[in-house]
Write a protein that binds this ligand. Sequence first.
Ligand code: AKB
Length: 312
Amino acid sequence: MQEKILITGAGGQLGFVLTLKLQEKFGVDHVIATDLYSKVGFSGHFETLDATDFQKLESIVIKHNITQIYHLAAILSASGEKTPTMTWDLNMKTLINVLEVSRIHEVNKVFFPSSIAVFGANALKDNTAQDQFLLPSTIYGVSKAAGENWANYYHQKYRLDVRSLRYPGVIGHESLPGGGTTDYAVDIFHKAIDNKPFECFLSASTLLPMIYMDDAIRATIELMDAPKENITIRSSYNLAGMSFNPNQLFLRIRNTYPEFKINYKPDFRQQIADTWPNSIDDSKAANDWGWKPKYDLEAMTESMIKNLKLKQ
Ligand code: AKB
């Protein structure tokens, strides 16, 4: 069967790269990229979509005979704290619209991104477990934890094939993040390449789980390609790449840019980061569908610098 793919939030950090990957996998004509804002940087089908608008979403699903939806539109952790009720409304309404349209129109598969933000200060920091009780500290985390339950519910009740990953902070050279607590780990590279000092909004020792874009995209595709019977978790899978703190990343970048300077000015994002894990136990993903990250801090830094330099 020829798949027809719909992506929401295609203009976002992950959405942009995932759209290109899905176009490569399924063919440009079989991918419909959508975003609230107008088309950015990719060829192929694009529709402007506010995914809180069920009728517009449904009309796109019908018009293109959509068989899979990747629902990436969301407000992230740091931005979300500025407008909690709006963040809840947008993150939940768009997800429920996607689940509902998928149920009604018998969409084959749905992907919903969750996040390490579902974990709160109560969780064990190291190797945080898959089934850790979730007590998120941000409204973004609250919306993702609720979203995981909605996903699980639609699978239980309607057998909708919805799959999900708890992404760590994603680092890539292709696109810029916006509104997250882990964004510093991308911003720092842009400053280093431009020979400018970097002001870090987290303290030097804030250890967080991160993943390189190539690994994040590969994990998404591998999860979606896995046989249905292998998927034992219908809320969201823990996913790990690497863990590091700003000082470790800074020292790594300094190997290439010895003059690079950093100063630390923690702001409200520090309190968010302090409630998140240091590292993640992703053994369920490894056992169920063979997940194994390829990039560690060294390989990621090398690839980021090489690719950003090519764009200069
Ligand atoms: C954020 O920092 O909000 C995101 C995330 C970890 O989900 N990058």
